[in-house]
Design a protein around this ligand. Structure first.
Ligand SMILES: Cc1ncc(COP(=O)(O)O)c(C=O)c1O
Length: 441
């Protein structure tokens, strides 16, 4: 074992003697330089508007405990055993019921249970993306998806979104540009509902137009929808998968509507793709956790899960309202998106500010957020930040926004003082990576 700790060829680094042995794809797995800062930000005195952690304390713990107990009593031997690579038939049936709420009518044969939808992202990318292939994604996009695409050496090409989601005209133009440059486009990755991080929802007309564009161009749509049932007023438009079976792989998850600790998500794939997806799942994990599938299935069978989702909606609606009220009160000169569901607000800063450079000062003032740069593949996004309202209480959110306003005002004052040079030392923080620190999802 000591061998591994020495620099075997003289070409490794002091910290990692195997540095030059990694596969090329491992280069995509780089830690973010804000990771250390987030360790500080998790101290209790810091108001964190950074993480995307669901408020699991709103769950009926007794009901979940009794689901555990019943699984052990009635089906312990099966639940503790390896299972099928596709997932248990009972849970797959129940998932059809969940998806029907968003207009999807699929076959139980085409549902594949995954270890969170994060693993669904990984499996689909593994199956379709060769190094250098293009994955289209909204600008900004989910940090965890960017990490997966990078790790398979995809070329990530961002397409702008606005208050109504991904802009179809921009998508058409980007596809033409990329095709003109001889690129192979494999996937369009989209989060149509209550986007992470932008908070916006794709309109119905745009859903249809985007599906049409992808059909014409033979681009597979990867529809990632963990937040769709967490709407605050009216449900969002129906899923893209509800109108297009062959060209869409749909990803769902129990992480936000139940609990992320179960790590149970699913993919609904076109029939022809499903078999490969199961094989990829088996190759990655043999079978998704039998025990957790049994417990989730028992919970869905015995609890009023729709009423529980309604409770979550109320909790998150109140927190969204607290955040918007705080922004109106303390930062009225800025602009932000107004989410009608989900967890996130996307804030635009004055052009002279840099959210990444400002983060250490914010943490010093006991408030944390996620800098916009985390959500772009190529270091853009300094003018933006993601504010999460899912976890802190409304009161804490208001306090956090007050502190954030102090930080932003302080930065603007400093820049005024140092104008016209205006260059603050922290602005030169390097931009090595945008990979997610823990809890930034
Ligand atoms: C858009 C999006 N996709 C996928 C995931 C991964 O979720 P999980 O693997 O917990 O299902 C997240 C988590 O925050 C997310 O926001």
């Amino acid at each position: 074992m000591t061998q591994g700790r020495t620099d075997r060829s003289g070409s490794g680094t002091n910290l990692d003697p195997w540095y030059h042995h990694y596969a090329a794809r491992a280069a995509g797995l780089s830690a973010s330089e804000v990771r250390a800062l987030f360790a500080v930000a998790s101290r209790p005195e810091v108001v964190s508007l950074a993480g995307g952690m669901p408020f699991v304390s709103a769950l009926p713990t007794e009901l979940i405990r009794s689901s555990f107990d019943r699984v052990m009593t009635d089906s312990g031997a099966q639940a503790l055993q390896y299972g099928s690579g596709q997932g248990t038939p009972a849970l797959r049936e129940q998932i059809l019921e969940v998806m029907a709420l968003e207009g999807i009518h699929g076959s139980v044969d085409d549902v594949v249970i995954t270890t969170g939808s994060q693993q669904g992202l990984d499996l689909v990318t593994k199956l379709f993306v060769n190094p250098g292939d293009v994955v289209l994604a909204e600008a900004p996009s989910y940090v965890g998806a960017i990490g997966v695409f990078r790790s398979y050496q995809a070329e990530i090409s961002h397409v702008p979104l606005d208050a109504h989601g991904l802009v179809p005209e921009a998508l058409r133009e980007r596809i033409d540009e990329l095709r003109g440059a001889g690129k192979t486009i494999k996937l369009l990755y989209t989060i149509p509902n209550f986007h992470n991080p932008a908070g916006v929802t794709l309109s119905w007309d745009r859903r249809l137009e985007i599906l049409e564009i992808c059909r014409e161009n033979e681009i597979l749509v990867l529809e990632d929808n963990p937040y769709g049932l967490l709407y605050f007023d009216a449900p969002p438009p129906q899923a893209m998968r509800s109108v297009e079976e062959e060209g869409v792989i749909y990803l769902g998850s129990f992480s936000k509507t139940l609990a992320p600790g179960f790590r149970i998500g699913w993919a609904l794939a076109p029939h022809a793709i499903r078999e490969k997806l199961i094989l990829a799942n088996e190759s990655a994990v043999l079978s998704p956790s039998s025990f957790n599938q049994f417990v989730v299935s028992e919970y869905l069978r015995t609890a009023d899960w729709k009423a529980q989702i309604e409770i979550f909606r109320g909790v998150y609606r109140e927190r969204r309202d607290a955040m918007l009220a705080g922004l109106h009160e303390h930062l009225p000169e800025l602009t932000w998106t107004v989410p009608t569901g989900g967890f996130y607000v996307w804030l635009t800063l004055p052009p002279q500010l840099d959210s990444k450079a400002m983060l250490p000062r914010a943490v010093k003032e006991l408030v944390a957020y996620t800098p916009g740069t985390a959500f772009f593949a190529h270091g853009e996004g300094r003018r933006f930040m993601r504010l999460s309202f899912c976890y802190p209480t409304p009161e804490t959110i208001r306090l956090g926004i007050r502190r954030l306003a102090t930080v932003i005002d302080g930065e603007l004052d400093l820049l005024d003082t140092f104008a016209p040079t205006g260059q603050l030392d922290s602005v030169s923080l390097s931009e090595r990576s945008t990979a997610p620190p823990p809890n930034m999802n």
